[in-house]
Design a protein around this ligand. Structure first.
Ligand code: ZN
Ligand code: ZN
Length: 837
């Protein structure tokens, strides 16, 4: 009786849960509780399967086919109407020829339904917690289903990763079909899916199937999210795959890159090794095709520079990385290295990359473990034995920061022609020349303490025409100046009108004597540098009258343009009224004008030599001696020193006057203030823009020291980017459109050409491709040409002709005495230019 009550209760619960999940489940569960009903069910099942088998046999005989795997799926115990059953049998008996889709997981619907059914049973079992006997049955069914799916996957599809305990130890490496070379270079987790994607078993072992190659990028199969499927580690840790086969994919005729050969390259199969490429958050693998030349019978890899050079821009830009001897580096990582700002050293970038890789790996690890865990929980509930969980693969190590530096060097070397051409294609009507010592201290290693000055020449937009390191100022600047003059001449650009300098404006040492070709250029002393000479006559710059003196000094030199000042005053007055100030007086308004507002909206002119001389004399007299003492009696000036300073500087007052007939101000836009529209000016006077460049230059070169190659690489790329940034700023603010940010000139050029043909207008309206590189020496090359460290002296004894030639092609990096640097350069260049690894 008690037993009956219990059973009735169970009955009740089962029916209840059955409604919750599905009626079929409930009936199945209920029936499976009793010996008799189980017998009936199995009898019914066997009767039905006999019926199907008969039908099947009949069909098979009629069509002369052999029963296959799918037939068994029919027997998985589902209720089907006779029509549906017949339809299904007919469909299986006349199978359609389907090419397996390797990308989209496609489980057969029968399996999916059975799985869902079982999941429902599993949940039911957990909730009721009383069922014992059916468990065995269920686990049997489950195991059978799993086995079937696994055996189904081995035939054609790579999608199922269902793993029954019985097949857990199945060794996949036996069935692998990849080339021996690939087996060595590919990470283990990638063997399976890559072999399934690209290889077929030929008569003499694995063969690469070229017919399977139709695109550049291949994604590994993703893990299934179903809790009832145990994914193997490769579903989480496999890498993307990049296949570089320009001849096969772009159908291009490529010629042999060997000198004077020009044989037409033919396909020589797939290259025996793959390469790992460092990407932002993981590695990916890359493989290429091998090409052979029938003429000289040499072989060449598809990613060697000789091949890449032959491709058109669009195809070439598909190649995503820079190769070094061990790893290759994706351009997305390289771009992280390019931005030359504070704290952007290669070690900082390598840390960022390491973190990205680490986070991605650990995230995959967590997903994998949690998948294992859910499977393990099911196993504990007795559905099946605990499977053997595979260990996740180790994380591939991220290279050290030195490697990043090498990659960056290669990147700059790769773009060197363009960078140099871009720098020597800068011109300007108002030039500035200024020197700094700060940066030269950073030069370490071979070139240490050889440079005294870094001299830069800029234009009115703040762009840099030239930057060199020199032993000294004066005569050592002559070759640079000659280079710039010939640049103007070759490009038929009008000579500049003014040159602002920080010293040597007049007298016997004047720089004017170097400008033989430009006799009409007026040399002007930068006013800021002129004013900076007075503080040496002051006792201290902490004196309360010091800032007043410097402010007044500026007023002695400049006066504001009256019209501009009047307009600004009106605008400011309106603004103050809008802010609630009642009837402000003119004096109030002027007092409220900030120096930024004045500089932005008002032109300034110099007062003229005589007026400035009188004013400065008066200013010094008014603050000299006891008149300039603070409350403690400390005077502002040291009388004798200031008198001497003024005596010397007096002659330069004429050098700071604005040159006649030169427009120093350009209106770049307008701004509304208090309802009045005000002009916005850019001033071309003086060398202040170069001072800010000097500050930035200090940041080009990260850290405190850099050897000469690094120094040169940083300098060239830094200059290039600085100029492009200024170019964007030089465009009028009100007409400027936001363009996608890219520093790649060839890319912009290519897009412009295409856009012109397709849309009828260029995409980058302001882009002008640079001219040819003029051959002027930049940066350290200039210094070394002065100190007599010849270009190829050191290369001749140890290098082959080809190296010398290649180095000459780069037109930089002379100093190869240090073996280490030489070896690096050779490896790097060889790896990149000739594709040897
Ligand atoms: Zn050849
Ligand atoms: Zn002077």
């Amino acid at each position: 009786m008690e037993n009956h009550t219990r059973l009735a209760n169970q009955n009740h619960r089962i029916v209840y849960f059955g409604f919750l999940h599905s009626r079929i489940v409930a009936i199945l569960m209920y029936c499976s509780m009793f010996e008799e009903s189980r017998a009936i069910v199995s009898q019914k099942l066997s009767g039905r399967s006999k019926k199907i088998q008969d039908e099947w046999k009949r069909l098979c005989e009629k069509r002369n086919v052999v029963p296959g795997q799918q037939f068994h799926l029919l027997l998985s115990g589902r209720e089907l109407s006779p029509e549906a059953l017949r339809r299904k049998v007919r469909r299986i008996a006349t199978p359609k020829r389907v090419t397996p889709n390797l990308k989209q997981p496609s489980r057969s619907p029968a399996t999916a339904d059975d799985m869902r059914l079982l999941e429902a049973v599993q949940e039911f079992e957990v909730e009721s917690g009383v069922l014992q006997s059916p468990e065995v049955e269920i686990s049997k069914v489950r195991r059978k289903l799993l086995q079937e799916s696994v055996s189904a996957t081995t035939s054609a599809s790579i999608e199922h990763d269902l793993e029954a305990p019985s097949t857990a130890s199945r060794d996949t490496s036996d069935t692998l079909t990849v080339l021996a070379g690939w087996k060595k270079t590919l990470p283990d987790v990638d063997h399976k899916w890559i072999s399934e994607t690209f290889f077929r078993m030929g008569k003499r072992g694995p063969e690469f199937d070229f017919t399977k190659v139709s695109k550049l990028w291949y994604q590994p199969p993703q893990p299934s999210l179903s809790a009832s499927i145990l994914n193997k580690p490769d579903r989480y840790f496999a890498h993307r795959f990049f296949l570089w086969m320009p001849r096969h994919l772009f159908h291009m005729d490529l010629v042999c890159p060997q000198e004077e050969c020009n044989g037409k390259l033919t396909n020589a199969g797939v290259h025996q090794k793959t390469r790992m490429v460092l990407d932002v958050d993981s590695f990916y693998n890359m493989a290429g095709e091998y090409l052979s030349c029938p003429k000289c019978s040499k072989k060449v890899i598809s990613w060697s520079e000789g091949i890449l050079r032959q491709l058109d821009n669009t195809s070439r830009n598909q190649f995503p990385c820079i190769l070094t001897s061990k790893y290759a580096c994706d351009l997305r990582v390289v771009r992280l290295l390019r931005q030359r700002t504070l704290g952007n050293s290669s070690s900082a970038v390598s840390k960022v990359i390491e973190e990205q890789h680490g986070e991605k790996y650990v995230t995959s690890l967590e997903s994998y473990f949690s998948n294992c865990k859910s499977f393990q929980s099911s196993a504990h509930r007795g559905f099946f034995g605990i499977p053997h969980f595979q260990r996740p693969p180790p994380q591939p190590p991220v290279p050290r920061h030195r490697w990043f530096m090498k990659v960056y060097q290669l990147d700059v070397i790769n773009r060197l022609d363009y960078i140099k051409a871009s720098i020597t294609s800068q011109f300007g009507a108002i030039l500035k020349m200024d020197s700094t010592k700060k940066i030269t201290n950073k030069l370490a290693g071979h070139g240490r303490k050889t440079a005294m000055w870094a001299t830069n020449v800029g234009n009115e937009y703040g762009q840099i025409l030239m930057s060199v390191l020199t032993e000294g100022e004066g005569a050592s600047l002559r070759p640079m100046i000659e280079g710039i003059m010939s640049r103007y001449e070759k490009a038929a650009v009008d000579p500049p009108q003014v040159l602002y300098v920080d010293r040597d404006c007049c007298g016997p040492a004047t720089v004017h004597k170097y400008f033989e070709n430009w006799p009409n250029i007026s040399i002007r002393l930068d006013i800021w540098h002129f004013m900076r000479r007075f503080p040496s006559g002051c006792t201290t710059d902490k004196h309360p009258l010091y800032s007043i003196f410097m402010g007044k000094l500026s007023q002695c030199v400049f006066k504001w343009d009256e019209d501009d000042l009047q307009l600004l005053t009106t605008a400011k007055r309106e603004e103050m009224i809008l802010q609630g100030v009642v009837n402000p007086s003119e004096k109030d308004v002027r007092r409220n004008l900030s120096s930024t507002e004045l500089a932005l909206h008002c032109k300034r002119v110099t007062r003229g030599t005589e007026e400035t001389q009188t004013l400065i004399s008066g200013l010094i007299q008014s603050l000299d001696g006891p008149k300039g003492c603070d409350t403690l009696g400390v005077p502002l000036f040291e009388s004798e020193r200031i008198a001497e300073v003024w005596r010397v500087q007096q002659q330069h007052v004429s050098c700071i006057q604005d040159p006649e007939g030169v427009h120093l101000y350009t209106q770049t836009g307008t701004l509304k203030k208090g309802g009045v529209s005000l002009p916005v000016y850019r001033c071309a006077r003086g060398s202040t823009s170069l001072e800010s460049f000097h500050l930035h230059m200090n940041r080009f070169i990260p850290g405190t020291l850099a050897n000469d190659i690094n120094f040169q690489v940083f300098l060239l790329d830094g200059l290039f980017r600085w100029n492009l940034d200024r170019e964007a700023a030089a465009v009028r603010t009100d007409t400027r459109e936001r363009c996608p940010r890219t520093y790649s000139g060839p890319l912009k050029n290519s897009v412009n050409k295409l856009s012109l043909e397709i849309l009828g207008e260029p995409f980058f309206g302001d882009f002008r491709p640079p001219g040819m590189y003029t051959g002027e020496l930049i940066g350290i090359e200039y210094l070394y040409s002065q100190t007599g460290k010849g270009f190829f002296n050191a290369i001749q004894p140890c290098g082959t002709r080809r190296v010398a030639k290649t180095l000459k092609g780069f037109g930089c990096f002379c100093f190869v005495e240090e073996k280490r640097i030489y070896r690096f350069l050779w490896n790097a260049i060889a790896a990149f230019r000739f594709g040897t690894s």
